[in-house]
Design a protein around this ligand. Structure first.
Ligand SMILES: *Cc1c(COP(=O)(O)O)cnc(C)c1O
Length: 424
């Protein structure tokens, strides 16, 4: 195969454009050299990366398999058909659209399919764990649609279901949206389905963060409950940077028309081929074991950080991520992020519910286990990581030459040497 396949050729790139070649190597070394705890990131396989770096990137294929606006689509049609069939089978869905370029593009298409400008959507607020595309003022979603937001309960820090029901009855939204970017707990899909039925709304789940756990059968699926489920393919799922939508048969035409031609032009056929590879990977027993381990690791990491005073909101997690309140240790999110960065630990500051700080300072951090689990780490390593984070956050410094930064970084190096990313 290697002599007939013309695709990624690092040597040729390095000879022609050493500046960009150096960036590719530098980024690989960055991934290998530190701990990646950003909850929305993962490390896709060489097989996925090979499909991404292929000549399928060249092909114009506006339309859908068998119904294209361009000739020469015989091979890319096969790729998209495989991606659609594998996606439907993985999630037991009536219909799949694998063309969205990203999670935000997938969401745009869902708005396009079900809403007109000015219509009302009920969604989780960004500061309580939602997403920019769920009706924030800086996004198209908040500029063109009337967004009403629910949040979390002050005591449980989990979704305030009473508030969701009250707002739905008061505002009668056309669409009710569940899902977000910083929700550590499982979502009660049945509750949302019943509520949507009661008021005649569409029930949409944005599963961008947790769809990989669903694919790996580690948590319950929203697919039987929701009219439509949008998601990204590059988070826990571990595919290429992209998006997809699955929906009930009755919404098939509306979704397909909203993705193309309403919101997008030509599909990225190399990415669609990579999604097909990823969906095949997700159907394996190895991926299911991975998804289960991601959650086991996240639970241990959340608990161990809590034991060190870095309190997990909601008391822990059911998923791949936890959100931590740094107020007990008197450190801000922005400082914690910088101190961890100096120690070789990549994570992000995050607003916590009812955060007294501005979003660019924040009182919390968000940590996730998709990457470290891909590297083969287990519960014992999570306890070590919690200890390293706690030392960096509470005793460390944003200066990489500070003694604590250096000491923690040395232990990070030891860990990532034993559990390498992209082993050589
Ligand atoms: C990540 C995310 C998105 C956006 O995905 P992009 O690929 O970055 O556009 C949308 N919704 C949720 C809930 C997300 O977490």
């Amino acid at each position: 195969m290697s002599d007939t396949f013309y695709g990624s050729d690092f040597g040729a790139l390095d000879a022609f454009d050493p500046e960009i070649a150096a960036v590719l190597v530098g980024e690989l070394e960055r991934l290998r050299g530190g701990l990646q705890l950003i909850a929305s990131e993962n490390m896709s396989s060489p097989e996925v990366l090979t499909a991404l770096g292929s000549t399928l990137s060249n092909k114009y294929a506006e339309g859908y398999p068998g119904r294209r606006y361009y000739g020469g689509c015989v091979e890319v049609d096969k790729a998209e058909t495989l991606a659609i069939e594998r996606c439907k089978s993985l999630f037991d869905a009536d219909h799949a659209n694998v063309q969205p370029h990203s999670g935000a593009s997938a969401n745009q298409a869902v708005y396009g399919a079900f809403m007109s400008p000015g219509d009302t959507i009920l969604a989780m607020s960004l500061p309580h764990g939602g997403h920019l595309t769920h009706g924030t003022k800086v996004s198209f979603s908040g500029k063109w649609f009337n967004a009403v937001h629910y949040g979390v309960d002050k005591d449980t820090e989990d979704i305030d279901y009473d508030q969701v029901a009250a707002l739905a009855k008061e505002h009668r939204p056309k669409v009710i949206l569940a899902g977000g970017s910083a929700i550590p707990r499982l979502i009660d899909f049945e509750f949302f389905r019943n509520l949507a039925d009661e008021i005649g709304a569409i029930f949409w789940v944005d599963a961008a963060h947790f769809i990989g756990l669903v694919a790996g059968k580690a948590i319950p699926s929203p697919v039987p409950y929701a009219d439509v489920v949008s998601f990204t393919t590059h988070k826990v799922l571990r595919g290429p940077r992209s998006g997809a939508i699955v929906c009930k048969e009755e919404h098939k035409a509306a979704i397909d028309k909203a993705v193309f031609p309403m919101m997008q032009g030509g599909p990225q056929m190399h990415t669609i081929a990579a999604k097909a590879v990823n969906f095949k990977e997700c159907a394996t027993p190895e991926y299911q074991a991975y998804a289960t381990q991601v959650i086991a690791n996240a639970k241990v990491l959340a608990e161990a950080l809590g034991e060190r005073g870095i309190r997990p909101t909601t008391g822990g997690t059911d998923t791949h991520l936890s959100l931590h309140d740094l107020q007990p240790v008197l450190v801000t999110g922005v400082d914690a992020e910088a101190r961890c960065d100096a120690a070789g630990i990549t994570l992000n500051k995050n607003a916590i519910p009812f955060d007294p700080q501005k979003p660019n300072i924040a009182s919390g951090i968000r940590v996730g286990t998709p990457c470290v689990t891909t590297q083969g780490m287990g519960e014992a390593e999570m306890r070590t990581i919690a200890d390293l984070i706690a030392r960096a956050v509470t005793e460390g410094d944003a200066d990489p030459d500070h003694a604590v930064s250096k000491a923690v970084r040395a232990e990070v190096t030891d860990l990532v040497t034993r559990f390498p990313a992209y082993p050589r």
